[in-house]
Design a binder for this molecule. Structure first.
Ligand code: SF4
Length: 373
């Protein structure tokens, strides 16, 4: 009969090879639910390496749930800028407010109550319950799905395979040390059982892994190919005042990049009509110049291509209703999503290029005059 994977084997491996991370407790210490929650929310779509500096900065500014709850949402969004998925930052704030108002400032210690909080789904609830409170819970993310589908050679494609994966993962979860087991699974998926070229030679379960025995590890998890969203296009308007201030507005609270700051843009659509773009420009007296090139950005469900129009206006120009001038020194600290940072730097690079070629032309003119003398 085939040998089955055992939790004890993975836990022994974890004791020797665990990653040391700022939100993790040292052996014998209890993990802080606030740190575990913050790290799990940040890690939902990005890597540990990308999260580390954001986590340190957040914790320095908001060392406790109380500090985070007292901060204005705008400040939370600013510290989050660059990590994407801004709805998470808004939920983060809503979540600590609820913890303060309904739970006396303490995280609830079971999955059900955790799941009822804003922004906490099945995975995060199970991660906090097991890691910070020692409950028997099984968080399952993409990394863990990969490990399980390979270990058991789960042939059903995702997402239909999810119940099967959960049944296997729960079957493996030990009654004690469920938090260490969850973190061991996370580490195994992140460092050994990688999507390409898994390092099976170093895997503590390599003698029981069905996919490894067959040699088709990389084909798991099975997936149904999904169509990616159609390319959307639009125009972004960068208006700069003579003193360097940039015209900005805040996006609606709900929807994509909700509550974030942006330069005014047209709608973004697959059948965008450039002819009507200038009618969406902000209502200021200005001569708009279309810049060469475009700014490309990929969101989770569609790629975007923005053409940038730029103008420079006198210092006394008033901001139209719903827009505001952000002084040059404040622009970097605005809650601008990555796509908007790309748009502004595209506009500024063009200005520098134009200024350089103007000064080259002026110099060439001087040289010619000097040659004529
Ligand atoms: S043996 Fe290889 S494929 Fe199987 S779980 Fe370990 S690393 Fe993943």
């Amino acid at each position: 009969m085939a040998k089955l994977p055992k939790a004890a084997t993975l836990l022994a491996w974890y004791r020797r090879h665990r990653r040391r991370l700022p939100w993790r407790a040292e052996p014998g210490e209890t993990a802080d639910p606030y740190r575990v929650w913050l790290s799990e929310v940040m890690l939902q779509q990005t890597t540990v390496k990308a999260v580390l500096p954001f986590f340190e900065r957040f914790l320095l500014r908001f060392p406790t749930p109380q500090h985070l709850a007292r901060a204005p949402l705008e400040e939370v969004l600013k510290l989050w800028a660059g990590m994407g998925y801004y709805a998470r930052a808004r939920n983060l704030h809503a979540c600590v407010l609820e913890i303060l108002e309904r739970h006396g400032g303490r995280f609830p210690d079971n999955e059900e109550k955790l799941r009822a909080l804003p922004g906490i789904g099945d995975y995060t609830a199970a991660a906090i319950a097991s890691i910070a409170f020692g409950r028997k819970a099984t968080p399952i993310d993409g990394n863990i799905e990969r490990v399980i589908t390979r270990l058991f050679a789960v042939e059903t494609p995702l997402p239909a395979a999810k119940p099967e994966i959960r049944a296997h993962a729960e079957g493996l979860t030990p009654n004690r040390n469920a938090g260490d087991f969850a973190q061991a699974m996370m580490d195994l998926g992140a460092t050994i059982c990688s999507p390409k070229n898994p390092a099976c030679a170093f895997c503590p379960w390599n003698d029981v892994c069905v996919a490894r025995a067959r040699g088709d590890m990389e084909t798991f998890p099975r997936k149904i190919p999904k169509a990616s969203g159609a390319l959307r296009r639009g125009v972004a308007f960068v208006a700069q005042r003579a003193d360097g201030a940039i015209l900005l507005r805040t996006r609606p609270e709900k929807g994509l990049l909700g509550g974030m700051t942006e330069v005014p843009t047209t709608e973004w659509s697959a059948n965008f009509d450039f002819g009507s773009a200038v009618s969406s420009a902000p209502a200021i007296k200005a001569k708009w110049q279309r810049l060469p090139g475009t700014v490309a950005h990929t969101f989770t469900h569609f790629p975007l291509e923005l053409t940038v129009f730029k103008t420079t206006v006198p210092k006394g120009t008033k901001a139209p209703e719903g827009l505001r001038w952000s002084p040059a020194r404040d622009v970097a600290g605005e809650a601008l999503p990555t796509v908007m940072r790309k748009v502004i730097s595209h506009a500024q690079e063009n200005s520098h290029r134009n200024a350089k070629s103007a000064s080259r032309r002026a110099l060439a003119g001087r040289d010619t005059r000097a040659g004529n003398r």
